[in-house]
Design a protein around this ligand. Structure first.
Ligand SMILES: Nc1ncnc2c1ncn2[C@@H]1O[C@H](COP(=O)(O)OP(=O)(O)O)[C@@H](O)[C@H]1O
Ligand SMILES: [Mg+2]
Length: 260
């Protein structure tokens, strides 16, 4: 992860080399308008993420974390700025192109799991794959079963969300986020609604998939969770104000306190 740098261009040769960053965002700005009132949730965020990175974004409530994550996932569009993921210019896409981009490249995990109540765990995991054109149902069923087994949920496959614990629901949501083999996995406070044991489970799973190459961006206000990432960015009032490597949660908590 590198911040605030730009694509290398050698103008004299008329060349502008394509960068090999997976994610490049520059000057991302998001202004919400509610009636007569405007609110700037992001105030010019630039960042670059390499393939295989595990980035945590920390900041107090209202600092713009979810807004940033939504822009990275093509769930919303910036008011200003550019965002390029795996060669796709998200800021230039219309809604149907964005929907397709999300399906092919993005997996998202939410704080409140957002599983579909009247579908079993297995069906929840299969759903994003079944939405693709020419979906291969037997292959999808097998892939979903394998993912559920890998997350320790074989016995839960035919249960409904309300029959599962919070930790189990979040593991189902992780399997659902991974079913299409996303280029980028995004997690918005994935441990925010879990006890500490289930939180550890979820963090171990994210770390394990990242070790196998899954590029991951996780938003959290929990220092213990953020410390598991390779790199931590600190957001304050819609700006990146600091960055540090992950590692030991005590140091991360200390830095958060310093930011006020
Ligand atoms: N859809 C929206 N309309 C208006 N204001 C919003 C909207 N979404 C977020 N905001 C405002 O933008 C700011 C940043 O929100 P958010 O990105 O959700 O912060 P965080 O995830 O760090 O708590 C907050 O002050 C919030 O009230
Ligand atoms: Mg949020």
């Amino acid at each position: 992860m590198v911040q605030h740098t730009h694509q290398q261009c050698t103008a004299s040769e008329g060349l502008c080399e394509r960068s090999d960053y997976l994610v490049e965002a520059s000057d991302l700005t998001k202004i919400y308008e509610v009636g007569e009132i405007t609110f700037q949730a992001l105030a010019g965020v630039s960042l670059q993420i390499e393939r295989g990175d595990f980035i945590a974004v920390m900041g107090h409530s209202g600092s713009g974390k979810s807004t940033l994550l939504h822009l990275l996932g093509g769930l919303d569009q910036p008011t200003r700025g550019a965002i390029d993921i795996a060669g796709h210019a998200l800021h230039a896409m219309d809604e149907s192109a964005l929907a397709r981009f999300r399906r092919e490249h993005i997996g998202v995990i939410f704080q409140f799991f957002n599983l579909i109540d009247n579908l079993t765990a297995q069906a929840n995991v299969e759903l994003p794959a079944l939405l693709a054109p020419r979906a291969d149902r037997p292959a999808i069923r097998k892939r979903a079963s394998q993912l559920l087994a890998r997350l320790g949920l074989e016995k839960q496959a035919s249960k409904y969300p309300w029959e599962l614990s919070g930790g189990e629901q979040q593991r189902v949501a992780i399997a659902r986020a991974l079913i299409n083999g996303p280029t980028l996995l995004l997690a918005d406070e994935p441990t925010g609604n879990l006890d500490s044991l289930s939180s550890q489970d979820v963090l171990n799973i994210l770390a394990e998939f990242n070790n196998q190459g899954q590029t991951t961006v996780m938003v959290t206000h929990d220092a213990v969770a953020a410390a598991r990432a390779q790199q931590i960015l600190f957001l304050h009032d819609g700006r990146i104000v600091d960055a540090m490597p992950g590692g030991e949660s005590g140091r991360v908590a200390q830095r958060v306190t310093q930011l006020g």
